[in-house]
Design a protein around this ligand. Structure first.
Ligand code: ISL
Ligand code: CA
Length: 546
């Protein structure tokens, strides 16, 4: 399947559209907006988990992989969405959270009762002999220890995330079979896409040792059996079909593994999410330690990865945003009144004409921004709330701590989708589960679609350009002007023809030393052209050179 002309729209279901007035987005809300999504020109909709869940981590804590959580609707609603999407040429991509499940899952409940079969679905270990402290000093990504003690078993269980998200034991063939059954169940329901959540954490070490200079992640990231387990899952489920797209979320992975995960010859996954290009506005290794955006680091990370992956036959998801990341236009663009639209368009041009498959996250197509909530009480994300108290305990002032949360909280991308300027922005008819961004009267889909300079329309043109251009779908990427600190430029070339992409990521008007002649394919200024003498603030120009 040609992944170069496909694109995906990611929906964070809880915040997309509420159809029944309970303040929570739902399945019928998505169905009601299919035409809006279709208008962008995407081929898939990735929907974040809507399965039965106690919502400790907004659905990434699954209690039953086969059931639709009533807060999102019914299986009939889902069947209706699947059919309605297919009728307009859109396939669905479901989110498979297989590194862990909710402690409300019947598997874990049976384990707690001491059922040996189900205890082996998880990672239970005795505490340290000397003082029954946790088996290792590993840290949970949501703060605190990665182990939770169960008194009646006198054992700890591993949870790399929240303590209600118990890690599954993938060394147990029964667990692997359970996961394959889940994928096959949804394939039978007509699902043609799967996103695998933190899938490169599933292969745990034989021995559980303390990590003397880290949080333990080096012991379980890209573990020894990763490729064996992914190839097995491929063979017994989605790999039996030639029309199912899969993507693995691979936090903190490396090039060698990501090529293996995504090179079609390996029969593992279709593509991967890597995050290195987003490590450009914080101190590496500590996302809460803000630092000024470093364009050089962006160029090194983005093109270093692009070139190496394409040379080795790997395949990337192309993305700036998702439900865990702050909004890119606030992060490295410019969310001021003057430049928000242009910088959103320039960033889209930079990312979505590269080699890979674009993933557009709800709201980025209308330039939604970070929330900048004025107090921690407005935040809902378990990670942000835990980190807020950790940072205060580390001695940071309330002001500095809030600034850190405002900059990097996952809630920045989870505020309700802004549909129009009416009360509650057309998201719901009642107070939403998470407050709206207070700029919804000026930034919303209705306003953008009716504006002269619509970001949504610009995204549509970019995706159309991909569909129309083999060079963009599969041409080689060659970076240009590497040392320039305002402009990011690259070629898409097959050795004969070439398309030049020039993006100004600054608010400066610069002399045009970047292109001369050719056919303008797209530009984000009304009068962008191939012969212009300057590059304007946040201007993007794409030229097919003679
Ligand atoms: O946002 C992050 C914290 O910096 C990421 O590291 C994120 O936690 C990581 O990429 C894993 O994310 C996925 O698994 C989590 C879930 O909370 C996220 O929403 C999901 O995208 C646990 O399931
Ligand atoms: Ca609802």
């Amino acid at each position: 399947m040609n992944l170069g002309d496909k694109s995906v729209y990611q929906i964070y279901i809880k915040s997309f559209k509420d159809s029944n007035g309970d303040g929570i987005g739902d399945i019928n809300g998505i169905t009601s907006k299919l035409d809006y999504i279709k208008g962008l020109g995407v081929d898939y909709i990735w929907i974040t988990p809507f399965f039965l869940s106690p919502q400790e981590d907004n659905g990434y804590d699954i209690a039953d992989y086969y059931k639709v959580d009533p807060m999102y609707g019914t299986m009939a609603d889902l069947d209706n969405l699947i059919t309605s999407a297919k009728n307009i040429g859109i396939e669905l991509m479901f989110d498979m959270v297989f590194n862990h499940c909710s402690t409300d899952n019947v598997w874990f409940k049976r384990a707690l009762e001491g059922d040996e079969k189900y205890k082996d679905y998880f990672i239970f270990k005795k505490g340290k002999k000397e003082n029954n402290t946790p088996p290792t000093n590993w840290k949970s990504k949501f703060g605190g220890s990665a182990w939770e003690y169960v008194p009646n078993l006198d054992e700890y269980y591993l949870h790399l995330f929240h303590r209600t998200q118990a890690d599954l034991n993938w060394d147990n063939p029964e667990v692997r079979a359970e996961c394959a059954n889940i994928v096959n169940f949804w394939i039978k329901k007509g699902i043609k896409g799967f996103r695998f959540d933190v899938i490169n954490l599933i292969s745990k070490p034989k021995e559980y040792l303390d990590d003397d200079d880290g949080d333990g992640s080096r012991f379980y990231t890209d573990g020894a059996k990763m490729h064996e387990y992914l190839r097995e899952l491929n063979q017994v489920s989605f790999g039996k079909y030639n029309d199912i797209v899969t993507v693995g979320e691979m936090p903190s992975s490396d090039l060698e593994n990501c090529v293996k995960y995504s090179n079609p010859k390996n029969k593992e996954l279709s593509m991967i999410f890597d995050f290195k290009h987003l490590r450009v506005d914080y101190v590496p290794g500590n996302k809460w330690d803000n630092q000024a955006f470093d364009i050089k680091r962006l160029k090194d990370n983005l093109f270093g990865w692009q070139l190496a992956m394409s040379k080795a036959g790997g395949w990337n998801a192309l993305f700036w945003n998702n439900h865990d990341q702050p909004r890119i236009v606030s992060r490295i663009g410019n969310d001021s009144e003057q430049y928000r639209v242009k910088s959103a368009q320039s960033l889209a041009t930079l990312m979505y004409l590269l080699l890979g498959t674009p993933y557009i996250y709800q709201g980025e197509e209308i330039g939604m921004t970070n929330a900048y909530f004025s107090d921690i009480s407005h935040y809902r994300d378990v990670e942000s709330i835990n980190v807020y108290s950790d940072l205060l305990n580390e001695g940071y002032s309330e002001k500095t701590t809030l600034e850190k949360i405002q900059a990097h909280s996952r809630d920045n991308s989870r505020t309700p989708m802004q549909w129009n300027g009416e009360e509650l922005s057309g998201f719901s008819t009642t107070k939403p589960w998470l407050e709206l961004n207070n700029n919804y009267q000026t930034i919303n889909a209705e306003k953008d679609l009716n504006s002269e300079d619509s970001i949504y329309e610009y995204y549509h043109k970019i995706l159309q350009l991909r569909k129309d251009n083999k060079l963009i779908q599969n041409g080689r990427v060659e970076e240009l002007f590497h040392n320039d600190t305002d402009i990011i430029g690259y070629l898409r070339t097959d050795g004969q023809q070439q398309i030049k992409v020039i993006c100004n990521l600054s608010d400066k008007e610069l002399p045009n030393e970047f292109f001369r002649d050719g056919e303008l394919l797209i530009g984000n200024y009304e009068d962008s052209n191939a012969k212009q003498t300057t590059i304007r603030p946040y201007e993007a120009v794409v030229i097919k050179e003679k």
